[in-house]
Ligand binder design. Structure first.
Ligand SMILES: [Zn+2]
Length: 228
């Protein structure tokens, strides 16, 4: 009897350890096919919140998510390296990587900060939306690979700006008075590489101006892509 009680206690302790994930373990975002792996619990919650907003926006625009999206911390590069992306999406593995918030703050001091604004948790979270949009777009592209890059950045920028808090969006729009893209031919990787913030603002204003035609434009981008 005593031995049985001890055995049950050991079993319960084992189950409790299994049920409570340690910091840095994987967390499945509630109701979404998204797993945040290798983050602290608060960071996982921030990542899930941003990913959930991005997926809701994309679904409403007709783009459903793939079966699974994993979001991991991006390994920190050595000091002195050229500018590091805040996030990236690897089409081969289907994994989204994002630099940790602390690293994003350091990078915003070392290099020109994203959108010309101080790094904040809200701005950092908006890059979750950006990279999740790349993962979703990758699942919908039927355009030839050479025509996907600028189209993917357009979708990512629209999702990032559309799903960030209003105050942050207002600050970005006030800072960048770039007009909306006039036509699809203006949406180029050259502009994205020259100034990703201007590209993003032009994309957002273009998408808003499309009104009800936005989802059809995204569907066209998935089908036909854009000139490289
Ligand atoms: Zn991007």
């Amino acid at each position: 009897m005593r031995a049985t009680r001890i055995a049950i206690a050991v079993l319960l302790a084992g189950l409790a350890a299994f049920a409570a994930p340690a910091a840095g373990r994987a967390m499945r975002c509630p109701g979404e096919p998204v797993v945040a792996s290798g983050w602290s619990a608060p960071d996982s919650e921030r990542i899930c919140a941003a990913a959930t907003r991005a997926l809701a926006f994309l679904r409403a625009a007709g783009l459903s998510p793939p079966a699974s999206i994993e979001i991991r911390p991006l390994a920190r590069r050595r000091r002195g390296d050229a500018t590091q992306p805040l996030g990236q999406y690897d089409g081969g593995s289907g994994v989204v990587s994002l630099i940790r918030y602390e690293a994003a703050v350091s990078a915003s001091h070392a290099h020109a900060p994203a959108f010309g604004l101080p790094m904040s948790l809200e701005l950092w979270q908006s890059f979750v939306g950006h990279e999740v949009a790349h993962a979703v777009a990758a699942a919908h592209f039927t355009a030839v690979v050479a025509r996907r890059a600028a189209a993917g950045e357009y979708v990512a920028a629209v999702v990032q700006l559309s799903t960030m808090p209003q105050g942050l969006l207002r600050a970005i729009l006030e800072r960048h008075d770039a007009a909306a893209f006039g036509e699809a031919g203006e949406i180029t990787m050259l502009l994205y590489q020259l100034n990703p913030a201007v590209f993003a603002v032009k994309a957002y204003r273009h998408y808003v101006a499309l009104g009800d035609g936005g989802p059809a434009f995204l569907a066209m981008l998935m089908r036909e892509g854009l000139a490289p």
